[in-house]
Design a protein around this ligand. Structure first.
Ligand SMILES: [Zn+2]
Length: 123
């Protein structure tokens, strides 16, 4: 099995735990992007809202929309704790790393984005 397929499968299991963690921490969520086509990623990059080499294109990233008492959370509230937990997970492929979008600085922080980076660099 390729490293990519191994990571894609580990990512989905981790995402299931992440969604359960949302509830455990007292929030609710709806799903945002998971898979994104290269064409959409290129459009997002052109719009300044994403990057062309997005891990969504590799099925290694998911966006979660958090809610507290029915209210959509627009900042990193809740995501900070979820991101900290997410980053404690350990992938089986050497060099790979769970990353949280709240740590991204370019093009902008993206708190609802959770990924599994194959090289520990891409987010
Ligand atoms: Zn994302």
């Amino acid at each position: 099995m390729s490293d990519l397929l191994t990571l894609q499968m580990e990512f989905m299991q981790a995402a299931a735990l992440l969604i359960q963690k949302v509830k455990e921490l007292g929030y609710d969520c709806t799903g945002g992007d998971l898979f994104r086509s290269p064409q959409q990623a290129a459009q997002n990059a052109a719009d300044g809202t994403g990057v062309t080499n997005s891990l969504h294109c590799d099925r290694l990233a998911i966006d979660l929309n958090l809610f507290k008492d029915g209210q959509y959370i627009t900042d990193d509230t809740g995501h900070r704790d979820l991101g900290a937990w997410w980053k404690t997970l350990t992938p089986s492929v050497p060099g790979a790393q769970f990353k949280w979008g709240g740590d991204i600085v370019h093009p902008r922080a993206d708190p609802n984005h959770y990924s599994l980076s194959p090289d520990g660099v891409r987010a």
